[in-house]
Design a protein around this ligand. Structure first.
Ligand code: SF4
Ligand code: SF4
Length: 314
């Protein structure tokens, strides 16, 4: 079941990444700096109070327009997002966010080529030669460039931007933006991918705070009663596959507060299910909510038997 859950998640990430890149080009969503207004689904989106300002209405007309075109849609968006985050946590991060897609992509590539998920961790096997490092570097620069061009297309006319890019005639402002943004994103993707998601992203932090306030929200639960199974797993695999799989480098079996920045990507659940595939009782990690979720934030000392201390993770 969780394998297909990962397939759903990967599909959602690919679709949203494509939307992130092509929304401006298809005029689905962008801000036109020249025209000075948003374009949503091909339509100019303005407050439309110009006629009122020129004597075509009074202050009440202006207030109604601002309320119906700005405040109401804004409040509806915040309310719906707030309810979803309250119930499901950082589901946007794990299932849609284009930055998190790059985090996972570079993590996988680094693990394959350099035998470690981040450069801050010890490699589980020595790598030789420059080629593996070069492959990771080129992948990071390429993704950074795609991100830089993608972001700029939200502000300048995308068709002109792409033709300027192909003919190497972008103009000073656009070239500077793409150059600086590529540099910054390359540094982020190589050195601080998950660190940015943990501590640098206001949207992520905002979601974590709302999620933490609801002790019945959906969360990953570890079956502490069967914790002894982990000893065999760890000695057989030479590491914990659940923690190794976590893109945010969290102690996946620990209390909710230790997983404050969990993105609900269920990679830990899939990893455990995979290593426990021959175990009739299945994996030890699962998604829970409601009363079961409350238990996830109880200190391990409140449980008889297995205690798992909170470990410090970089
Ligand atoms: S993968 Fe499963 S069995 Fe292995 S250490 Fe993690 S939770 Fe325990
Ligand atoms: S704890 Fe599990 S669900 Fe949360 S970010 Fe890590 S792997 Fe994903």
């Amino acid at each position: 079941m969780n394998i297909s859950l990962q397939q759903y998640r990967i599909s959602a990430k690919i679709i949203f990444f494509a939307l992130f890149l092509f929304a401006p080009l298809l005029n689905i969503f962008r801000f036109d700096l020249d025209l000075g207004h948003f374009i949503i689904f091909g339509q100019a989106w303005t407050i439309s109070i110009d006629s009122i300002l020129h004597g075509g209405g009074d202050s009440l007309d202006a207030a109604i327009k601002i309320f119906s075109r700005v405040l109401l849609p804004g409040m509806a968006f915040v309310a719906v997002s707030g309810v979803l985050i309250w119930k499901f946590g950082r589901i946007y991060c794990g299932w849609l966010c284009p930055h998190f897609s790059v985090v996972e992509l570079i993590n996988d590539l680094m693990l394959k080529k350099l035998n470690r998920v981040t450069i801050w961790e010890k490699a589980n096997k020595q790598t030789h030669g420059l080629l593996p490092k070069l492959i990771v570097f080129v992948a990071a620069v390429s993704m950074a460039f795609v991100w830089a061009v993608g972001l700029l297309s939200y502000l300048v006319a995308p068709y002109e931007l792409l033709t300027g890019l192909v003919s190497l005639d972008l103009g000073f402002g656009s070239s500077l933006f793409i150059g600086v943004a590529t540099l910054v994103f390359t540094a982020d993707f190589i050195f601080a991918r998950h660190v940015f998601c943990k501590y640098g992203c206001a949207l992520g932090l905002f979601q974590s705070l709302i999620w933490m306030a609801n002790n019945k929200a959906m969360v990953i639960k570890f079956d502490r009663a069967r914790a002894k199974v982990c000893r065999d797993c760890e000695s057989y695999n030479k590491h914990k596959p659940c923690d190794q799989a976590c893109p945010m480098r969290l102690p996946t079996r620990n209390m909710k507060r230790a997983k404050f920045t969990c993105t609900q990507c269920v990679q830990c659940v899939s990893a455990c299910n995979q290593v426990q595939k021959d175990n009739p009782e299945g994996g030890l990690l699962s998604w829970v909510n409601g009363d079961e979720a409350i238990e996830v934030d109880r200190p391990a000392s409140k449980y008889k038997g297995e205690t798992i201390p909170i470990k410090k993770v970089k």
